[in-house]
Design a protein around this ligand. Sequence first.
Ligand code: NAP
Length: 316
Amino acid sequence: MDNLYDVIIIGGGPSGLTSGIYTSRARLKSLLIESLEIPGQAVIADNIENYPGFPEGINGFALVEKFKKQAKTFGLDFATGTVEKINTVKQNDISFWQIKTEDKTFNSLSIIVATGASHTKLNVPGEEKFTGKGVSYCATCDGALFRDKDIVLVGGGDAAVEEALFLTKFCRKITLIHRRDSLRATKILQERILSNKKMEFIWDSRVIEIMGEQKVKSVKVKNIKTNEEKMVTCEGVFIFIGQSPNTGFLKGIVELDETGYIVADENMKSSREGIFACGDCRRKLLPQIVTACGDGATAAVSARKCIEKLKGTEYK
Ligand code: NAP
């Protein structure tokens, strides 16, 4: 079959692009499908300062563009689309995977899933209504809209604190609301945020409603220890409370854990022969760019071994 790829990589973030660099260098017929609808977590990061080799830090978009340029150098093919379905097909005694996006179908002997994770929602009244009208999940995209304004930011992890630090460049005041009395974020980030004069903190509290008319005007906050409720006036609400994996299309095909992350072994093999997983969509201890790259390289080598076994071309 002319249009049969050896490997199709789903996802154009650091793990997928690293896989692409490795599969292309192994001279596997490789295609990477990237979604324009779901921006990767790395791309929207303002400044990445824990990826080795960039002592001054590097903008996420710039870093991912470098990965992409490198993958193109080695001949990786690219397509755009959001994968909605995958299934197996048998034709002329060859079994392969069919990968369907909104409007195209691709065929491949193996798949590397590198779909990452998307922001988790608070699921409170007003959140959906005011998304794009004050509610945001991306400081890099929307921060400048809140110049000299007062905003609220929800969450206590690395993402919340990094994004809050970025937003201090624009906003007049940021009130960080966290459900505990201390932050989960890495200590160096905690030191920076706790000493920043633009920051205020409301501890042990949850945002229970986002309110406004055409746009956000305030949030209702509840202290989870005292049950006391109060209103906080703000023009923006930035939500950074973790991520959920983009693995919906794999339900019933590979083993997922209770929260939807792909269960894959140290060689990135999923429960299904020919499907590999890497990066933030995989259950793992440390979902960061540096580990995503390692996963991507490993998944590519596992896919290569799988293809060589299928074709009987192993180096023995
Ligand atoms: P995270 O580490 O899981 O933190 C999520 C935060 O949101 C936690 O503080 C959590 O509170 C809070 N939260 C969760 N659900 C909530 C809810 N329903 N209501 C209110 N608060 C809620 O997620 P993340 O910050 O997105 O980071 C994800 C991973 O990426 C982490 O491994 C992180 O280290 C990594 N990351 C790294 C960097 C970096 O290295 N520079 C930057 C960004 C992200 P609790 O603390 O009470 O659970």
